[in-house]
Design a protein around this ligand. Structure first.
Ligand code: GLP
Length: 235
């Protein structure tokens, strides 16, 4: 695990954005694992800037997002589908046919999850996976629990995640109680992972992660099982 500490959110975001840009330079048809939440926004802004300067080309890449609320409609401004369009997809030259986000309105969640994992495998796996982290150490929507699911699955959100994510909704009552998320096994299959961590509120989760022990009650710690992880931290 490589730990990179930055003095500002901006510097961290540029570092993370540059990792994705160089991944695409080296392998234009990369499979990218993408994340939502407020933390990756700066990295996406940096990528959009690089794209506008002609320094990065998204036309051949494929993307898989980590998670989506369930149920939620794609046109709901709080959906992760909407988020990705707003912050990245509508601003760069991605091929829309190559973009994948778990479908928050799929009638059969289990079938949706199974098909999602199969498609990631069929595309050759994720080359570079971006992660954020919840205050309770969750990655994607893999919440603290006595055991963690390996594959993409339907999950319930903890009260603390509902409270943390309420800032994006009119009220906590409007936060969906469930989500579809890649499992820790799906995440660990990525060839390379970068986890972006910003702010004092995440300090506890960051410290647990870099302690080196695996604890399912702080899900990000499973990254200690992976041999190619970069932890990008700014406070
Ligand atoms: C949500 C997402 C996570 C994200 C987390 C932290 O719960 N499912 O993928 O890492 O929020 O978000 P933020 O970066 O806004 O703190």
């Amino acid at each position: 695990m490589r730990i990179e500490k930055f003095n500002s959110y901006k510097e961290m975001s540029e570092f993370v954005g540059d990792l994705f840009a160089s991944q695409l330079l080296l392998k234009p048809d990369s499979v990218l694992g993408l994340a939502t939440g407020s933390t990756p926004i700066g990295a996406y802004e940096h990528l959009v800037k690089l794209y506008n300067e002609g320094k990065v080309d998204f036309s051949k890449c494929t993307t898989f997002n980590l998670d989506e609320y369930y149920p939620i409609k794609q046109d709901n401004p709080q959906s992760y589908y909407y988020f990705m369009n707003e912050h990245l997809f509508s601003k760069v030259n991605v091929n829309k046919a190559n973009l994948h986000i778990p479908n928050g309105s799929a009638p059969d969640a289990e079938a949706e999850c199974k098909a999602y994992d199969e498609l990631i495998d069929k595309m050759g796996g994720i080359d570079l996976q971006l992660l954020g982290i919840g205050e309770n150490g969750h990655i994607g929507f893999n919440e603290p629990a006595s055991s963690l699911d390996p594959g993409t699955h339907l999950t319930g959100l903890t009260e603390s995640t509902i409270a943390a994510n309420a800032r994006f909704f009119d009220s906590a009552d409007d936060v969906p109680r469930h989500a579809l998320t890649m499992g820790v096994g799906s995440i660990l299959k990525a060839k390379r992972i970068v986890i972006a961590i910003n702010g004092e509120k995440k300090l506890d989760a960051f410290n647990k992660l870099i302690e080196g022990k695996v604890d399912t009650m702080s899900p990000a710690t499973v990254l200690n099982l992976h041999s190619n992880v970069i932890v990008a931290f700014s406070n």
